[in-house]
Design a protein around this ligand. Structure first.
Ligand code: URA
Length: 236
């Protein structure tokens, strides 16, 4: 239970001072009755503002279909951001709304967006071996021998060192298209794995991140909230 003024400000609606004014104006209700005292402690799921339920009062967790050409950073100098395609109020929330890991600017597909820091830690930690699946199109035919090469691991240059990737599963879909599942999240990993074998990735699209898949109903730029049961999956 939280004070109403703290709640509205943490969910990005307004400042605490403005929240007090909204309460005084009778625009905030608890179970349909006006909440005039902004210091009252409430369950956010039972509160409305101008008749609308509050958005994700217990935490935000959504699946987003990232289009190619947008960046996952918060810095707008790097071009259009994922956050520019999401509701602006989310950027006013505290805790901060971030992506769970990142995709390259030119990579499209499934991105998880949340304000749950513990989930971000868990899903991006190398210890947890979260599986990610990508569909890559290549500039040349994919040799069948690459399946074994990916399964054995590939030496990627990291500065002066070379470190072998963990076993990855490669499935060849057609001459120039392959699906690859990795458990790590190294910088440009999939592109570099193919590059190490002399193949250039033309398009890269993530279809799966841990327990979540990108469903066909989610168009590029669209998001959907995860159900509580799906949230449970995430917190295991
Ligand atoms: N591997 C890449 O090369 N790029 C991504 O965006 C994700 C995985």
């Amino acid at each position: 239970m939280r004070r109403v003024d703290q709640l509205l400000s943490a969910l990005g609606y307004c400042s605490r001072k403005e929240a007090r004014a909204l309460c005084a104006d009778g625009r905030v209700e608890l179970d349909g009755a006006a909440l005039t005292d902004a210091s009252e402690r409430v369950d956010g799921t039972r509160v409305t503002l101008d008749g609308e339920p509050l958005e994700f009062p217990d935490g935000l967790l959504v699946l987003f279909h990232k289009p190619a050409g947008v960046v996952c950073t918060h810095d707008s100098r790097e071009g259009q951001r994922v956050y520019d395609l999401l509701p602006p109020r989310w950027q006013q929330r505290d805790p901060k709304v971030t992506t769970v890991g990142r995709l390259d600017k030119e990579t499209s597909g499934l991105l998880v967006v949340t304000d749950q820091g513990a989930l971000v830690q868990r899903m991006t930690s190398p210890k947890h071996h979260v599986e990610k699946t990508y569909v890559a199109t290549l500039d040349a035919d994919v040799p069948a021998s690459l399946v074994d090469v990916f399964a054995r691991g590939i030496e990627l240059r990291e500065g002066n060192e070379t470190e072998r990737t963990e076993p990855a599963v490669l499935r060849i879909n057609s001459a120039r298209e392959a699906e690859v599942t990795v458990k790590e999240g190294r910088y440009h990993q999939v592109r570099r794995m193919f590059a190490a074998q002399g193949l250039h990735v033309v398009t890269l699209h993530r279809t799966r991140f841990g327990p979540w898949r990108l469903d066909a109903s989610l168009a590029p730029g669209e998001w959907r909230a995860l159900e509580l049961s799906e949230t449970d999956v995430a917190s295991r």
